[in-house]
Design a protein around this ligand. Sequence first.
Ligand code: ADP
Ligand code: MG
Ligand code: ZN
Length: 468
Amino acid sequence: MKTYYPVIGLEIHAELNTKSKMFCSCKNDPDETNPNVNICPICMAHPGTLPVANKQAVESVIKVGLSLGSDIADFTEFDRKNYFYPDIPKGYQISQYKYPIVSGGTLNGFGITRVHLEEDTGLSKHDRGNFTLVDYNRAGVPLMELVTEPVIHTAKDAAEFAKELQLLLRTLGVSEANLEKGEMRVEPNISISDVEGKFGTKVEVKNLNSFKSVEKAIEFELARMQALYEAGRQDEIVQETRGWDEAKQSTFSQRSKENAHDYRYFPDPDLPKMKLHSAFPIADMKASLPELPWDKRTRYTKDFGIKEADTELYVADPALSAYFESIVEGKDAAFAQLASNYLSTDLVGILKKDAEAKLPSKETFIELISMAVNGEITSRGAKDILAMIAKEDASPKAIAEKEGLLQQNNEDDLKPIIAQVIADNAAMVTQYKEGKEAVLQALVGMVMKATKGSANPAVTAKLLKEMM
Ligand code: ADP
Ligand code: MG
Ligand code: ZN
């Protein structure tokens, strides 16, 4: 069996969530459902109009570059990428060619070629019958494009790269980056070779609207290419754009290289060149970046020692992580771990199921976790109380007393109940004495039942052993 060497490079577009569009003051609103309401003479390319670059969009791309450890260009400019298509009213797209805002840097250890800024196109609707409608609300929306080096080798790494970029964009607050909504579009370039270090012919896959599809499409392409190699038909791998058929879970040829465009890029004479290092306080911007996902991951693992899955939950949800940090501030690792368990599984589960439930106040949640840490309530009791305080903020201690959920730790209170269980189950006690250790758990269970779950299991086991 021969070895094949997969090579993957990603091109990822993300719509930036600026207030207005890239070159005009139209509203940038991805949720607008009425077609052609956020348009003006500039983004509709009326003659005589002039574009003005959106400062917030440039700032967003600089922030991305600073987060990735990239170089921020001093000199940068916009270029015209010429092609004709109805969704591009000017007959060209304003993009960047020779002088991208950002070059170099890494994410998840994979090298980044560049990040540049351009404008999005309108949206063609081909599914309305015998004609096509175009909605220009999206035309001119700021679009960031990130291109990686051809250095990724597995479908999983490619999907994880895209996921991490989504997390970064959300952490920076520069894009919602939902794949399902087309706010983020991942286009993998894929090739394989039978010689290490030698690049094979690549294809580019489009129309992927989930991370799962990104992974599946790459796996499909690699398998398709490998099968062609194995059949000695590798010549049939041609440079082309392929689409992803979600229903069939397969790719199909869309457009081959022969139809590739010559975009005749040239600097846009309507837009001024930019000197970023004098126009933006780059050093201050770097210093005031929010905590980045990878830094937060390291800090959480080091400071709290919580489960990896929990850490990921907080990294992805700044509001939840702020809540968690307010709960565990000044507490020890045991408290943090227990708090995280109840928060990440039980409380998040309740919030998901019940739209009316909400996070209890910080004080209430701390009181509950303290009671659990001190063994004042059983874990069953803690879960019941959690369900109640997620509906209505009230003192966990008061609820525990009222509902009889306080754990019985008092030996003198437990002894008569245990004595009764021993008296009622003479046969089991004999078995235990003969060496059948497992019987102990069954007896603990009976004491729990007799106390409606409130007996402290550890104390109960200890007393049972003594009294038998
Ligand atoms: P093109 O000019 O065809 O768009 P680029 O050089 O701009 O090609 O590269 C586009 C993307 O394709 C980049 O992410 C790059 O890393 C990736 N890429 C380039 N060559 C290969 C290859 N042989 N196999 C897989 N990906 C590749
Ligand atoms: Mg390209
Ligand atoms: Zn406009």
